[in-house]
Design a protein around this ligand. Sequence first.
Ligand SMILES: NC(=O)c1ccc[n+]([C@@H]2O[C@H](COP(=O)([O-])OP(=O)(O)OC[C@H]3O[C@@H](n4cnc5c(N)ncnc54)[C@H](O)[C@@H]3O)[C@@H](O)[C@H]2O)c1
Length: 251
Amino acid sequence: MAGLLEDRIAFVTGAGSGIGRATAIAMAQEGAKVAVTDLVAEWAEETARMIIDAGGEAYAVQLDVRDRAAVDAAVDAVVARWGRLDCAFNNAGVSIETMMTPWGDNDAFEGTFAANCDGVMYCIAAEARHMAKAKRGAIVNTASVAGMSGLSGPGYCGSKHAVVGFTRSAAMRWAADNVRVNAVCPGAIVTPMTDVTTSDPQAAAFMAQMHPMNRMGEAREVADAVVFLCSDKASFITGHPLAVDGGFLAR
Ligand SMILES: NC(=O)c1ccc[n+]([C@@H]2O[C@H](COP(=O)([O-])OP(=O)(O)OC[C@H]3O[C@@H](n4cnc5c(N)ncnc54)[C@H](O)[C@@H]3O)[C@@H](O)[C@H]2O)c1
């Protein structure tokens, strides 16, 4: 049986770890060829190797999404190599603020916005110009439940609200070109980003109980939502921030 993304060309940022890695692998399992990008070259290479070893098609690229010229070049390179770009997952992000960070700390704020906002905006712009020409494409951005609530510090919370805004704005801009733009809003997911918290059993239990399903999510559960949004099964869905949060936002 053909996969949901059979013969699609996909581009994933932050694909060397956590949600990005799980999604790159899930996309490949559904039949996509995947450009695996990450700030850390070795992590991207490891993900690409995992896909190739499982019989899929992928290549790795070191990419800092804060660098607009590098983002343009990486997206152009996908199209040069495979002829088009069908799906993109703009997922790279950081969570710098901690409980100890003063509200509005300048470094934490700017560092977070550079990766989480500038990066996503550069990626959407680079990807949509190819997709609009082809009159087909699906982009998914990683926001967060913090993009739909007051959770966390101003850098992270504000940056993820911005990602939801970029998603809606881009969805409007390219809807007539048949380019769909959506976001996923994960709750707390077990990844290296949450390791610091979850390595403490009390903190892990606290994180779990924030979700009505009383557990944290798995990266694969976010990946499945991204695959769906990139697939033709979501052909009339655009501009939507999809919660993948065990009921967090429904409380
Ligand atoms: N884990 C969670 O609980 C959770 C919840 C909601 C949203 N998110 C979001 O999901 C996304 C992925 O997070 P994760 O939990 O998988 O974290 P992670 O730390 O495991 O992975 C993030 C990846 O992004 C890469 N990255 C960071 N800055 C980059 C940059 N400037 N350019 C390119 N790559 C960069 C890192 O190298 C890393 O591989 C992030 O946007 C995060 O904000 C995570």
